[in-house]
Design a protein around this ligand. Sequence first.
Ligand code: GDP
Length: 301
Amino acid sequence: DKGVEKSREGLLNKIGKSIAGKDKIDDATLDDLEDALISSDVGVKTTIEIIDRLEKRVARDKFITQNELQQIMREEITALLKENRPDQPAEFDADFPAKPHVIMIVGVNGVGKTTTIGKLAHLYKKAGKNVMLGAADTFRAAAVDQLKIWSERADVPIIQQGQNADPSAVAYDTVASAKSRNADVVLVDTAGRLHNKKSLMEELAKIKRVMGKVVDGAPHEILLVLDASTGQNAMQQANAFTDVVDVTGLVLTKLDGTAKGGIVIGVSNELNVPVKYIGVGEQIEDLQVFERDGFVKALFG
Ligand code: GDP
C-alpha cells in the first residue's frame, strides 16, 4: 500500500529484532515488543492494551514463531481498533442528509491542513458533488493564498475576504453562498494558533455558531488534521483541540514520510475519535479513506 511502507518496515523490523533467534515468547520478548510499539508512536495506553492481549495469547499457546506472532499482533490490533470504534465508517460517503454538508477543518499550522482541504475537495468533486471552500484562516495571508491555489487545483470555488477579516464573517459568507448556490459540500479552513488556547476556543466556537445560523446542524463534521510524523506531539495537539472543540474525525497526514505510523493505531483509542483519512503524499490524489483492516494488513502483511 502506498504511503505506509516506511511504517511497515519500521514496525516489522523492530518486531523482528525483538523475537529474532527465539522459538518462544518470554517476558523479555514482550518487553522488547512493548518498546517497539512505543517507539513506533502507538502510545502508552494502547501499547499496554496490545501487550496485555499478547500476554494472554502467549500464556495459552506457549510456543510462538515469528510468523505466528505477526499474525497474532495483526489479529489483536484489528480487534482493538474494532472494539474501540465500532461505528467507524469504512468507506467514503458523500451522501449527506444536509445540504450543504458543512465540514470545518481544524489543526495547527504546518500539519497539512490546506493540502488536506484540497484533497478532500477533489475527492468530493470526483464523487459528483458541488464543493465550496471557505478561507476562514484569515490570520496568515499565506494560508488564504495556499487555499486559493488548492481551490484552483481541485477546480472548486472559494470564498475569501481580505487579510485579518473576521474569520466568522468569512465562515458565514461561505455557508450562506454555498446555500444560495445549492452546493453539496462546504470545507471551511480555520486558524491553527494553539498558543492562545482561550482565544482559539472562542474563535472556533464563534465560527461554529455563525455557520449553525445559516444551515441547521452545521458544522456537521469537525475534522482535526494531525501530522503523523510528529508522534507524541500530534497526540498532545489532539488532546488540546479535543478540549476546545467537538472533533468528529481525525486526518493523519505525512504517513508516507514516517516509519512511525503507529500513531494511527493509538490516537483514536486514546481520544475516542475515529481516524477518517490518512495523507500519504503531497499530490491531490494522496488522501485515503482510513480502513482498519486494510491498514493493519498494510502494516503487518
Ligand atoms: P497547513 O499549514 O497545515 O495548511 O499545511 P500545508 O497544507 O501547507 O502543508 C504543509 C506541508 O506539508 C506542505 O509542504 C505539504 O505539501 C506537506 N504535506 C501535507 N500533507 C502531506 C502528506 O500527506 N504527505 C507529505 N509527504 N507531505 C504533506
